[in-house]
Structure formats: structure tokens, C-alpha cells
Design a protein around this ligand. Structure first.
Ligand SMILES: *Cc1c(COP(=O)(O)O)cnc(C)c1O
Length: 225
């Protein structure tokens, strides 16, 4: 199936007016599809699988900002650490420490989002509210010790439930925004500016509820097999 350039141009214009960042989710889609949106000006692309991302990064232009939006295993961080722009799904302290370690090897600071579990499905990853507060606390303590210098936690990411129930979706986005604001208000937390929520089916709702970054795949690239 072909890239939907018409949908891209419409969504892109709308998001630019709203100052929301569009991450085009290109998982499973060929490099040629990515190049097509790149040629129309898109620079932020999201991938879910480490090996696929590493391969596409070699094939495609250097100024693409690659977002890793999948579930990242600690032992695979090293493959994307040299170039990844933003890691959305950090859901454990151990993973954050590993990203810091790998980023240091390449003398980089890697931006990360903490993933929060807001959906009803138990299969989705992420911190709950209490774990999130504990993680923020731990990050602050490490930063005071001048550690964790090669990661910057710049916000939160969440996935809403797989449902058409608008009120349920709205409730989950509102909750995520509330947690985001709580973290952003911590006086030491000056770099916290990104709330990644909203996909093809729910991004308009997510933006109404305060999203600053949406991850859109099928609307742009067609349905996945
Ligand atoms: C696949 C994926 C998306 C994009 O989903 P669409 O419904 O195709 O827009 C967004 N976020 C995450 C984490 C994904 O895995």
C-alpha cells in the first residue's frame, strides 16, 4: 500500500499550527516509504524494533531524528545509542542506567521519556503513578550526585486503551497530563517539556488533552500486516 501523502500534508499542517510534533511511525514499512515523507519535509520517524531501526538508519538521510517507541531491552540499547534522538518507552530504572552508560561511550546525551501505564489492558508497559514518583525522586538524587549525565528525561509517554470509548480515552489522557504537570512542576526538573500521547485513532483527542507529540503510523503509511 502506498504512502498517504494527502493525509500527511493535512495532518502536518494542522500539527504545525498547534505546535505539536509529528512522529511518523514507520515500523514494518520499507525505507522507500520513509524517503517519500522525508522528501515532503518530515524529519521525525518512529520505530519499534532495534534491528529494523539500525538498518533503516544506515539506509536513510543523516538528519532524520529517529524515535525509538517500542519496548527496549537493556541488552539492545548499544545498537541505537550512537544515533537515536529520543527513546519514548523507558519503563525501568535499570534501562535508564543502561542508556546512560551506552550514551557515555559515544559522548552523547540521549533524551528519554518515561512510559506511564494508563490503559486498561495489562499488557501495556509502563510505570504506575507511585513508581513514576519514585523514579523521578531517584533521578533527582542521581543528578545531585552528578550522575546520569548522559540521559535527559524530558517527559512522559503513554498509550491509551484500545477502545472507541471517547470518554475512557479522554480520562486516560487527562490522567497522563496530570502526572506530566506534576513532574514538570518539580522545581529541579527544568527540561521536562514533552508529552508523547496520541496515535492514528486518537491523536485529536490527545491534543485536546495536552499532548505535545503524537505518534502516527497507519494514517500515513497505510495499515500494517
Ligand atoms: C505502532 C505504534 C504507534 C502508531 O500506531 P498507529 O495506530 O498505526 O498510528 C504509536 N505508538 C506506538 C508505541 C506504537 O507501537
Amino acid at each position: 500500500m502506498a504512502v498517504n501523502t494527502k493525509a500527511f500534508l493535512e495532518i502536518n499542517e494542522q500539527l504545525q499550527a498547534q505546535q505539536v510534533t509529528l512522529v511518523a511511525v514507520s515500523k514494518i514499512k520499507p525505507a522507500g516509504d520513509i524517503q517519500e515523507l522525508y522528501d515532503l519535509g518530515q524529519r521525525d520517524f518512529g520505530e519499534n524494533y532495534v534491528q529494523e531501526l539500525a538498518e533503516k538508519h544506515l539506509l536513510l538521510p543523516n538528519d532524520i531524528r529517529w524515535h525509538f517507541i517500542g519496548h527496549l531491552q537493556s541488552n539492545k540499547v548499544k545498537y541505537i545509542a550512537p544515533f537515536v534522538h529520543l527513546i519514548h518507552g523507558v519503563d525501568s530504572y535499570k534501562l535508564l542506567l543502561e542508556i546512560d552508560k551506552q550514551a557515555r561511550k559515544f559522548d552523547r546525551v540521549i533524551q528519554c521519556l518515561l512510559q506511564v501505564h494508563v490503559a486498561q489492558e495489562e499488557t501495556k508497559f509502563g510505570f504506575n503513578e507511585i513508581e513514576l514518583m519514585e523514579a523521578m525522586d531517584a533521578i533527582h538524587k542521581y543528578k545531585l550526585l552528578n550522575e546520569l549525565r548522559n540521559v535527559e528525561v524530558v517527559g512522559l509517554m503513554g498509550m491509551a486503551s484500545f477502545t472507541d470509548d471517547v470518554e475512557q480515552l479522554r480520562k486516560e489522557f487527562k490522567y497522563l497530563k496530570l502526572l506530566f504537570d506534576g513532574c514538570a512542576d518539580l522545581p529541579w526538573n527544568t527540561q521536562f517539556n514533552t508529552l508523547s500521547m496520541g496515535m492514528s485513532g486518537d491523536f485529536k483527542l490527545a491534543i485536546e488533552e495536552g499532548s505535545t507529540m503524537v505518534r502516527i503510523g497507519s494514517l500515513l503509511f497505510g495499515a500494517r500486516q
